[in-house]
Structure formats: C-alpha cells, structure tokens
Design a binder for this molecule. Sequence first.
Ligand code: FEO
Length: 398
Amino acid sequence: MKPREIRPKIYLVGAIDWDRRLFDALIPLPDGTSYNSYLIEGSEKTALIDTVDPAMGDVLINRLKQLGVGNIDYVVANHAEQDHSGTIPRVLGKYPNAKVVTTSRGKDMLMALLLIPEGRFITVSDGETLSLGDKTMEFIYAPWVHWPETMLTYLQEDKMLFPCDLFGSHLATTDLYVTDEGQVYEAAKRYYAEIMMPFRTSIQKHLEKLKGYEIDIIAPSHGPMYDKPSFILEAYRSWAFDPPKNIVVLPYISMHGSTQKMVEYLVGALADRGVTVKQFNLSVVDIGKLAMALVDAATLVIGAPTVLVGPHPNIAYAAFLANALRPKLQFVSIIGSYGWGSKAVEQLVGMIPNLKVEVLDPVISKGFPKEENFKALDRLADEILSKHREHNIVKGGE
Ligand code: FEO
C-alpha cells in the first residue's frame, strides 16, 4: 500500500499487521494491529513521528522511498517501546542527519534498548516546541501512559495530536479514520484495559491537560485516527473517571463440576437481584475480555477449586492479572470447593494487595455444594447487592 496523505504534507507511512495475534507474548490481538508512523514535511524541516515494529521496518523504509524522502531532520520518539521505536536505528542509518527527539527519560531508555548513540538525540521538555518552518511541533510530557518516558506531540497549525499508545486500538484496518465506532470502542477499551488501566491516575491527568488544546484529529500509533476526537476522549473520560458500575466479574475454573455448580447458582442469584454478572471460564478465556470487564466492575468474585491445597494455577494467574491491572473494584469474594484441605482463600487474598477492596465472606464447599452452601451463596448475593447500594453503585429502588 502507498503512503496515505492525511493533510497536505502529512502522511501515514506506518504498517498494518493483519496477522499478529499476540503482543508482549501475553496480550491477545484478535483483530491484528497497526504501527502508525507519520511523516510531516514542513517548509524547512521534515519530521517522522514514531516508527514501526522492527518486524515491519521494510514497509516504513519503502514508504519513505515511495514519497522520495531524501532527508529527515527529526525522528520524534513519543514512546520508547519497540513496536514504535524498533525501526529508529534503521531510519537513522538511512538518514544520517536525523536526530531523535524525545524526553530525557526516553533518551535513556532508547540508548539502553536500541543502543542508539548519545549524539543522535535532542531532548525536549514539557511545552517545548520545534519548528519545521510552516509547521510547529509542541511536545507534551505525559509520563506513564504506560511507561515512564512517554510524551505526546501536538502539531499546532493543523491541530493534530500524535499521542502514540494513548487513545490507540489494536485494530488492523485500511480505514484512515474510525468508521465503525462500536468496533473501535471495543478495541480501544481492550487496549486501555490491558495497558493503561494500572496508570489510571496518570491518564486522568493527561485528559485534564489535553482540555487546554484544540484538537481536530487524534492520530494514535495503533488503529485508525479520530477525526471526531470527542468520541475517544469521552470514552476515556468514562473509563478513567466514572465510578464503578453494578457489575460483578466472575472468573472461574472447575475441574469436576463443584465450583461450576456454585458459579451457576451465584450468577442466577445475582441476576435475580438485578446485578449484572460477567462470567469467564478461565480454561477458554480471552484475557483481554476479562480485562475489559474489569474496567467498569464494582465487585470481583473468584471461582476457585483447590489444587494441592492452593487455588488452581489458572485462578492464581487471573488474581495476579487483576492485581496488576488495578481496576476500580471495591469488593472481592471467593467461592469454590476442596477435597480434603484448602488454603486457597488465604493464598488468593494474599495475591491481590494492590486492590483496595473489602473482602466479602467467601463460600467454600467440601466437595459438591449442598443446601448450606447454596444458602451461603444467597447470602453473598444479598451482601453484594447491599454493598453496591451502600456505596451508591446501585440506587436504593433499583
Ligand atoms: Fe504500542 Fe507501548 O507500545
């Protein structure tokens, strides 16, 4: 595919990765992704905003060639992670005058990760500008989009924001701009949940800071651009600022059906009480869906059978993940079963120190659940509803 002109002298020169199915050897990419790189030709200087994953470096280099780019003055590295920075060394090799423009922390990281020599850098701080002649790049320091060195680039005359990962979506598409808002909403929420949710307070600050900018186009480094920025800005505001909703997320696993039976019972009891439940069988789950559900949920109930007196390893994985993602959860409980002895509850509670939650009484059955266990599950459902009411997550009359 040829470079795509977005506005006069501003081109999309990145790569679409239709087939990638895993990121960081961890995160599922059901819809592929893209590594968006943007070329800006000013009247005096030329800048490249971010590069591409090194596996797709040829695409970027060929697109620059197709545009007849003979010189690049600045390679702006908004973020040092290799899916955007990994082709910088090749670009620097091909364009010997090019300097890497980044934060001072970005410089340290790029020197460490990609062995770029110190003399190739220009460091910029918050609010600093670089002129390309008739276009001006302003750099907005935005640490902890999900790494500590991140910045955003704002092209003043065109009112374009280049925020790298922020507002991005793992979505391979030939569309320059969002066409299917439902699809992009889901992909962007998945990305926020997996990558940015642990840094929610930083994201809140970035959103507040961006209120001071007039933005016509948001051009992230993954997924389509936004020519109606309010769509993604409002979605982010809701994910980052809104209180949790009347939702229980219930990841579970069952080996012989006992925990499954308890899960089914509790899901029914909660549904009867008007509480939304999102149930995930961890033997088949897409962890991105689980992460997305955690964005809005008030309560996590973990369904855990016992293996060797501890929780099933897949459950430990889910607890570890929830702890790392630091969602807005307010309550946690554990249900499950054991055969002859269990320390699953103590072990699981010990695995979630980052979650500032109240732990509600667990319900653990010896073997297959019996009448007393079902009554305890009813009590747990009552307690969840009552906690949601107390905390205004659900209003009294609902
Ligand atoms: Fe898309 Fe944090 O890299």
